[in-house]
Design a protein around this ligand. Structure first.
Ligand SMILES: Nc1ncnc2c1ncn2[C@@H]1O[C@H](COP(=O)(O)OP(=O)(O)OP(=O)(O)O)[C@@H](O)[C@H]1O
Length: 965
């Protein structure tokens, strides 16, 4: 027993060893529910002498079943673990039906109709009955009825005179009849027929000694019924669950099954686990703050076992692609500043919907960071995306035989596979491309020997016409990618095609098409601004031999680049270090050291089509609680479709903001050590951290303004303009208006810089403001020593506007910048030894998260010298690399310290003002191309230009201009 109970806390032990027949283990995320369930199975076998083949364990996914078997194997060995009946409800039901299905009239060789089969049957019936029902909606309605245990006959008996209801009832009945005729069961039937079997033949489960269910909150009515029947002989049932993580209501999951269970078995014992072993205290606080917005849920206690850690981040970025670039740069920064203690696979990007993955995949791909999708297909692998890219390839490069043969008959033009193969062979025999062959034929200039019937001939002609038309359009407007896309999808009737071919998920597929079009707009904008800049800049020409490529070629090369990163890593299995991209739904039950949840805007989460807002909130909660050490939430000011967004209403609630930082954390060596303790890893030494940090251009997350505007990249001034005490701010070197973007320099020291370079002048400005700030902080430091300092303010990072500005908060004076305490930390050798303010969150309105030990008090106070002026600067070139001081306060502090937090009467610290001496006007286009971003670059160009690619042109241009003026 000792082995099984080792490492479990008291509540977990109680649950594992409980003698209760019916046990509910209810607990928040990360409290070891799965661990407890596993240990209870082992306990049943090892100590209660239950036979493993008489124990059924139901999990929510096949993956979870595999993981659980793995864990149980650790306790009881491979041979015993193999004999357990572990699987999803569907898998368990299938086993019983295969064995005993004949008792309920199932043929010996019944088949299972998968989703595609079901869709096809429903569609055919609707066509036959000439009903006006939507096939996809009808299929999911049938499934909903079945998962509530309503059969076609039962539905028919309740139908009113309503035509639509009668139509539906008819289709439902015919669908069932069709399945029966084909000796098929669909997924819902597997459960329903198994229920029927176990009701009528309870002897089938007479041997079952114990039943255990994971993720019980997501069971639906039929699954509940099946659970009761499986355990009907001995009624030994253990379930683990968390009502706060119920995210499958849309699939008819019923939270009320928990109550039903207590009614059915009045002796049900409930054990609550309260200690969270996964996430840092700060992450738990923030997640609790979100979930507690649901006032209907009972208050729950939750204890963090880890230290407070880094406060989660809530960031606004200008657009979705900037959000993706920021996220990629944070992964890079976090890895470098932790001495690569964090692997790529320690980072997960969790999305409300799979379609949001496109900019993230593009950015990771461009940065050369391998990634893996779970719970969804990679963007570039999706059928509709591949198809469109193939069309574009043919338009760009008609001799691309493979791409051409893939799309010549999509949508169908009655050019069958055999015909295409014949044409391909003929072309190769004649030594010409497939395109040349069919072009000659379509234009009547050449004959083909391949046998083409009349409809195939017409099809070939239609295809040639599409390609020629679009080539002509492209020639007339080389950068008009979006328009090209628009005409392409109209010409091939793409939307209709998707509706017909994929009735169930055509909307999702269409949103992938829209994503690709959004990508085209990005590329178009980039191409336009590149060429605009070319004219504007009178510096030396760009890198010699640079490839003069069309916008379409560049676009396709970037797509290929992103996709090739996928391919390289695809076969390497789960062990390879890859960033994880997942839907939040598919991330249920999983955990990662660092989690990003981008696109936290209204319409995305809560989703515009979601019916239950509370479920959407729980979804966000599930996503947040997957994080162990760091959590980043973000949203773009504009979606990929260029629509203005507003932050998710779950984050807009009063008090929420105080649980978040406005930017990624500053990382000192002490914090790396603490992070290592939280993650139970070996901490890299200072030399390793220094070495990896040296690869970084920016040590702080201070490139993107906190206001969600475009970065302030470079300051310069116009000829003579400095005499008017203004300098232009090139927020965007490509399009910013010189006249409109100015910094007020009427402060002391602003004059007399006529012959200074832009960079020097900017540096001077920074230093002047540092001086002022140092004086203020010295004053504050002495106040602190006298115990007068206010508490609870979050740390600030230099050069950033406040997120409070988009909460509509009024900035306070610089005094308000003061930080609760400042602690000394050992910093990597290469980083300036700035003092680090430690956050004190004891006066925040905390949710119900409690701590078991008092937080260690910071002891020392150092003079702090942060900058106040913005450091939103352009990406430094190799020769201009500017080191950023590390400062700011987030700390992992002592790991495994648990703190008791009294949150009663705590003031809200939402306002997090900072004084900004410079206002950066928003600009239209990004001046920043992250080091890894290759958005307008073809792969050939990548090879040709070398590592400084993509930056050189702008840098030369601006420095040339700055030097002259
Ligand atoms: N007593 C314990 N001591 C140390 N670590 C523990 C303990 N119990 C659980 N853990 C660890 O906490 C993490 C979360 O555990 P587990 O996945 O079982 O939680 P869960 O309650 O099922 O979470 P979720 O509901 O989010 O899926 C795991 O890394 C697990 O190893």
């Amino acid at each position: 027993m000792d082995g099984i109970l080792t490492g479990l806390n008291t509540a977990q032990r109680t649950a594992v060893t409980s003698e209760a027949s019916v046990l509910q283990v209810l607990a928040p995320p990360g409290s070891g529910k799965t661990k407890t369930l596993t240990a209870r199975v082992a306990c049943f076998i090892a100590h209660r002498q239950l036979k493993p083949w008489n124990i059924i364990v139901c999990t929510f996914t096949v993956k979870a079943a595999r993981e659980m078997q793995e864990r149980i194997r650790g306790f009881v060995g491979d041979q015993v673990a193999k004999k357990l009946k572990i699987g999803t409800f569907h898998g368990i039901a299938l086993r019983y039906l295969r064995q005993y299905g004949r008792h309920v009239g199932l043929g010996d060789n019944f088949g299972v109709a998968d989703t595609t089969d079901s869709k096809a049957i429903v569609k055919r019936i609707i066509a036959q009955t000439q009903s006006e029902l939507d096939p996809a909606a009808t299929r999911s309605r049938i499934s909903t009825q079945k998962s509530k245990g309503v059969s076609a006959e039962q539905f028919a008996s309740t139908v009113s005179k309503n035509v639509e209801q009668r139509d539906f009832s008819q289709v439902f009945s015919l669908y069932q009849a069709q399945l029966k005729a084909c000796n098929l069961l669909d997924y819902d039937d597997l459960l329903l027929v198994c229920v029927e079997l176990l009701r009528s033949h309870p002897e089938c489960v007479a041997n079952v000694e114990a039943l255990l269910v994971d993720e019980f909150q997501d069971t639906n009515g039929v699954q509940y019924e099946l659970m009761s029947l499986l355990a009907q002989r001995r009624n030994v049932i253990t379930i683990v669950g968390d009502p706060d993580q119920s995210i499958y209501g849309w699939r008819s999951a019923e939270i009320r099954n928990l109550g039903r269970m207590k009614e059915q078995w009045s002796d049900t014992l409930t054990v609550n686990l309260e200690e969270n072993y996964r996430s840092s205290g700060a992450i738990l606080h923030a997640a609790q703050k979100i979930i507690e917005q649901d006032e209907s849920r009972p208050p729950k206690k939750l204890q963090a076992t880890h230290s407070i850690g880094q406060r989660p981040v809530l960031r606004k970025l200008p657009q979705a692609r900037h959000e993706a670039d920021w996220l990629t740069s944070e992964i890079k920064r976090m890895r470098a500043l932790t001495g690569n203690m964090l692997e790529l696979s320690d980072f997960a990007v969790l999305l409300r919907s799979a379609a949001l993955s496109r900019p993230i995949e593009t950015s990771l791909g461009a940065a050369g960071m391998p990634y893996r999708m779970i719970g969804g297909m990679k963007f570039y692998d999706r059928v509709e995306v591949k198809m469109l890219l193939d069309y574009l390839r043919v338009i760009d490069q008609p001799s691309h035989n493979e791409a051409l043969s893939r799309v010549i008959n999509v949508p169908s033009r009655k050019v069958g596979d055999k015909t295409v193969e014949g044409l391909q062979r003929e072309a190769s025999r004649k030594g010409i491309s497939l395109w040349t062959l069919i072009l000659g034929f379509a234009q009547g200039r050449a004959k083909v020997t391949t046998n083409l019937n009349a409809s195939a001939q017409r099809g070939v002609e239609q295809f040639v016409n599409v390609v020629l038309t679009l080539q002509k359009k492209l020639a007339a407007e080389p950068s008009g990618l979006y328009e090209l896309f628009a005409q392409l999808h109209k010409m091939i009737g793409l939307q209709e095609y998707l509706k017909t071919k994929y009735p169930d998920d055509h909307e999702t597929r269409w949103s992938n098409v829209e994503e690709l079009m959004a990508m085209a707009i990005d590329a178009q904008v980039q191409a336009n601004t590149e060429s605009g800049r070319e004219e504007e800049v009178d510096g030396p020409p760009t890198s010699e031999g640079a490839v003069d490529e069309s916008a379409l070629t560049a676009f396709l090369a970037n797509a290929a680049l992103a996709a090739s990163i996928d391919e390289k890593t695809a076969g390497e299995g789960e062990k390879t270090h890859q960033v994880i991209i997942s839907t939040i739904h598919a991330a249920k039950g999983l955990e990662w050291p660092v989690v990003f949840i981008p696109a936290c805007y209204e319409g995305s989460i809560p989703h515009s089509r979601a019916e239950d807002n509370d479920e959407e909130r729980r979804l966000l909660y599930v996503g947040m609680t997957r994080a162990q050490a760091m959590l980043y939430l973000s949203y773009p000011g504009k979606s990929t479709r260029q629509e203005d967004t507003t932050m998710s209403s779950f984050l807009e609630q009063p008090g929420v903001f105080s649980f978040f930082e406005e930017h990624g954390p500053s990382i000192s060596h002490a914090e790396v050590q603490s992070l290592a303790v939280t993650l139970r890893r070996e901490c890299p030494d200072a030399a390793a951290i220094t070495a990896s940090a040296a690869s970084l251009d920016l040590h702080e997350d201070n490139y993107w303004p906190l206001t969600g505007e475009m970065p302030f990249t470079e300051a310069s001034w116009q000829d003579g303009a400095h005499q008017n005490s203004t300098i232009p701010v090139f927020g965007n070197a490509r399009s910013a208006s010189w006249a409109n973007n100015t910094i007020d320099l009427t402060e002391p020291g602003a004059s007399g810089f006529g012959f200074t370079s832009v960079k020097d002048r900017f540096q001077n400005l920074m230093e002047e403001q540092e001086e002022k700030q140092t004086l203020k902080l010295d004053r504050l430091a002495s106040k602190h020593q006298n115990g007068q300092g206010p508490k609870g303010k979050k740390r600030q990072i230099e050069g950033q506007g406040s997120i409070a500005t988009f909460f509509g908060k009024k900035p306070k004076t610089t005094e308000a910048l003061e930080l609760a305490t400042i602690e000394t930390t050992e910093l990597p050798v290469s980083l300036p030894p700035h003092a680090r303010p430690l956050r004190d969150i004891s006066n925040i309105d905390l949710p119900q998260v409690s701590w078991t030990q008092p937080q260690s008090k910071p002891t020392s106070l150092l003079a702090h010298k942060p900058r106040t002026a913005p450091l939103h600067k352009r990406q430094p070139t190799t020769c201009e690399s500017v080191r950023q001081p590390v400062h700011g306060g987030g700390s992992f502090t002592s790991a495994s310290v648990a703190v008791t937090v009294d949150h009663s009467n705590a003031p809200d610290t939402d306002a997090n003002p900072r004084s900004r001496s410079v206002s950066t006007a928003p600009v239209a286009l990004p001046p920043f191309k992250p080091p890894a971003s290759l958005h307008t670059t073809s792969m050939q160009a990548v090879a040709a230009r070398g590592p400084t690619l993509g930056m050189r042109r702008s840098m030369q241009g601006w420095s040339a201009r700055g030097g002259k003026r």
